[in-house]
Design a protein around this ligand. Structure first.
Ligand code: A3P
Length: 290
C-alpha cells in the first residue's frame, strides 16, 4: 500500500484519492433530513457520531455494535483502498435520514447541505491536542502522508500543509457561519468536562427528546473506556494495510492537555505566537486544559 500524496483542491490539500473523485463528491446531493457531522481530523468525530447514533436509537447499546462506525455513518469524501467501500458508495445504498461525516472545510462542503438546510454539528478541539492526535494518526494510517518527525509536523500544522488543510481556517470557517447556517458548534473539551450537558445540547439540536436516564446511559456508552473496547468504534475492523494499530491505536488517549507531553516549551512558545496571529480575527473560546 502506498501513502497517498496531497493534491490541491481549491486551495486545500486533500488526499489524491479525494481529489481524483472531487466532481462526484462536490455534487453529492443530500436529503433535507440528512445530518452532517463536520470536524477537522482528530477533533472527536467518532465520539460525536456514537452519541448521535445512540440518541437516534434511544440509547440502545446494541445499535452501536451493529456495524463499523464507517459503515453506519459514512465519510462523505473518503475513498479507501478496496475492499473498503467509499463514502459515496455507502451513501448511495442508504435511505435518508442519514448521518454523514466530513472533514471538509466549510467552503468545500457540497452546496446541497446548505440549500436543503441540513442540520450540521461541528466539533472543534484545541489546536495543540488536535495536532498531537493527528500526528499519531498519520503515523498509523498508512494511506495518509508520512508525518515525519514531530518538530517538522508542528510546522506543517501551523502552515496548513496537512490533509484537509489549515486547522485555523477550518475552525474559523464554521465559527463565522454558525448562526447564519444554524450549525451546532461544540467543543471536545466541553464534552470531556460535562458529557451529559453536551449530549443534551446535541439532542435538542436534533429535535429529539430523550429521557434523562437514557442520556446518562449514552454518557457511559460513549465514555472513552467503553468506546475503546467497542470493536465497532475502535477501528479494529480496519485491515492492517490501512490502519496499523501496532504503531499507534485509534483510541489513543482521549484526554485534554496531552499536548504538554509533546510540545517542548520552545515549540509551545512559537506555536502560541503564531496562534495569536492566525486567530486574531475571531474569539473562539478554546481551552487547552480543563
Ligand atoms: P487522541 O489521539 O488524543 O487520543 P476522530 O474521531 O475525530 O478521529 O478523533 C480521534 C480522537 O478522539 C482521538 O484522540 C481519540 O482517542 C479521541 N476519542 C475517541 N473517542 C473518545 C471518547 N469517547 N472520549 C474522549 N476522546 C475520544
Amino acid at each position: 500500500l502506498k501513502r497517498f500524496p496531497l493534491i490541491d483542491v481549491q486551495g486545500v490539500p486533500l488526499m489524491s484519492t479525494i481529489a481524483a473523485n472531487w466532481k462526484s463528491i462536490s455534487e453529492f446531493s443530500p436529503d433535507p433530513s440528512d445530518l452532517l457531522i463536520a470536524t477537522y481530523p482528530k477533533a472527536g468525530t467518532t465520539w460525536t457520531q456514537e452519541i448521535v447514533d445512540l440518541l437516534l436509537h434511544n440509547g440502545d447499546a446494541e445499535m452501536c455494535k451493529r456495524a463499523p462506525t464507517t459503515v453506519r455513518i459514512p465519510f462523505l469524501e473518503i475513498v479507501s483502498p478496496p475492499p473498503i467501500p467509499s463514502g459515496l458508495d455507502l451513501l448511495k445504498q442508504m435511505k435518508p435520514p442519514r448521518v454523514i461525516k466530513t472533514h471538509l472545510p466549510i467552503q468545500l462542503v457540497p452546496k446541497g447541505f446548505w440549500e436543503n438546510k441540513c442540520k450540521v454539528i461541528y466539533v472543534a478541539r484545541n489546536a495543540k491536542d488536535n495536532a498531537v492526535s493527528y500526528f499519531h494518526f498519520d503515523r498509523m494510517n498508512l494511506t495518509q502522508p508520512e508525518p515525519g518527525p514531530w518538530d517538522g509536523y508542528v510546522d506543517k500544522f501551523m502552515k496548513g500543509q496537512l490533509g484537509w488543510g489549515s486547522w485555523y481556517d477550518h475552525v474559523k470557517g464554521y465559527w463565522k457561519e454558525r448562526k447564519e447556517r444554524n450549525i451546532l458548534y461544540i467543543f471536545y473539551e466541553d464534552m470531556k468536562e460535562n458529557p451529559h450537558k453536551e449530549i443534551e445540547r446535541i439532542m435538542r439540536y436534533m429535535d429529539l427528546s430523550v429521557p434523562d436516564d437514557v442520556i446518562e446511559r449514552i454518557v457511559q456508552l460513549t465514555s472513552f473506556n467503553v468506546m475503546k473496547d467497542n470493536p465497532m468504534a475502535n477501528y479494529s475492523y480496519m485491515p492492517k494495510p490501512v490502519f496499523d494499530q501496532s504503531i499507534s491505536v485509534f483510541m489513543r488517549k482521549g484526554e485534554v492537555g496531552d499536548w504538554v507531553n509533546h510540545f517542548t516549551p520552545a515549540q509551545s512558545q512559537v506555536f502560541d505566537e503564531d496562534y495569536a496571529k492566525q486567530m486574531k480575527d475571531v474569539n473562539i473560546p478554546f481551552r487547552f486544559s480543563i
